[in-house]
Design a protein around this ligand. Structure first.
Ligand code: GLU
Length: 274
């Protein structure tokens, strides 16, 4: 059965871009007489807040959306993500990366909306790694694409997915060896999202085109973990007057400020071209 989801992170109030994304997924589910699932992606405990989660429910209900309950909250399932991480470790596709916390925080915490090319990283020589481990320096786990290719063998060459109606050959190298976990973040967005899409039976992932690159790595994780690959639809982004993607810090276009200023959901829908 057709099943899609809207998966916001409660790090701020929802804005017009979220409304567009949520409606696009919701409408697709309605058209297919399928399921619409709301998922709270709150693995980043440093940035997620319960008041924003409460606001998500309120704002989406105001837009007229309905969703299945209970809503899956990723922070309730950290053990599942850690178990998957252990499986990947056992496969030998992960390696330790000792780059600083600040550098890593930027690359792991959230979905890569502002993706800026692959990072130059590689496993350290064993002796150097052992030395760093001894000093107690914190590290992150990265997914080695070289090792993934070795493990998947012939499958690696055929790796791909359907996006916006066409077959796309996976090019995971454009993201490089992504960070999948570190001490304070037992799961990256990538790992949690891929696992949840599978466990929730998502057949169609509908989200903004700023996450189109992420699909190239998600298909690698799916293949390594023996999970099905959903069909992807990456929709256009709603841009502000300067042609920039709406950011959560831009208060003027939050759904609640529009509501307070008397704008109706139908006016918002029309303005979004839906
Ligand atoms: N949680 C992500 C976000 O806030 C959405 C990721 C996805 O739809 O795959 O944008």
């Amino acid at each position: 059965m057709f099943a899609t989801r809207f998966a916001p992170s409660p790090t701020g109030y929802l804005h017009l871009g979220h409304a567009f994304s949520a409606w696009t997924a919701f409408d697709a589910a309605q058209d297919a007489t399928g399921r619409f699932i709301l998922r709270i992606e709150d693995t980043d405990v440093t940035r997620c807040r319960s008041e924003f989660e409460a606001a998500i429910y309120e704002d989406l209900a105001w837009l007229g959306l309905t969703w299945e309950s209970p809503v899956r909250r990723q922070s309730d399932h950290m053990a599942d993500y850690e178990a998957a991480l252990e499986r990947l470790k056992a496969l030998g596709v992960l390696y330790r990366c000792f780059r600083t916390r600040k550098e890593l925080m930027e690359s792991i915490a959230s979905a890569p909306h502002d993706f800026s090319g692959p990072e130059k990283v590689a496993p350290l020589p064993a002796a150097e790694e052992a030395q760093l481990l001894e000093t107690g320096k914190p590290y992150a786990w990265r997914l080695s694409l070289v090792r993934s290719a070795e493990i998947l063998g012939a499958d690696w060459e055929t790796l791909g997915f359907e996006a916006n109606g066409v077959w796309v050959k996976a090019n995971p190298a454009q993201l490089g060896d992504i960070v999948l976990a570190r001490k304070e973040f037992p799961s990256s967005y990538h790992l949690a999202s891929v696992l949840d899409d599978a466990s929730q039976g998502i057949t169609h992932v509908i989200r903004g085109e700023d996450l189109a690159e992420a699909a190239h790595i998600h298909v690698v994780l799916q293949r390594l973990l023996g999970l099905p690959t959903p069909i992807y639809r990456h929709h256009r982004l709603i841009l502000d007057a300067d042609g920039k993607r709406f950011a959560k810090r831009n208060q003027s276009v939050t759904l609640r400020s529009l509501r307070e200023s008397g704008t109706s959901p139908i006016e918002i829908r029309t303005s979004l071209g839906l």
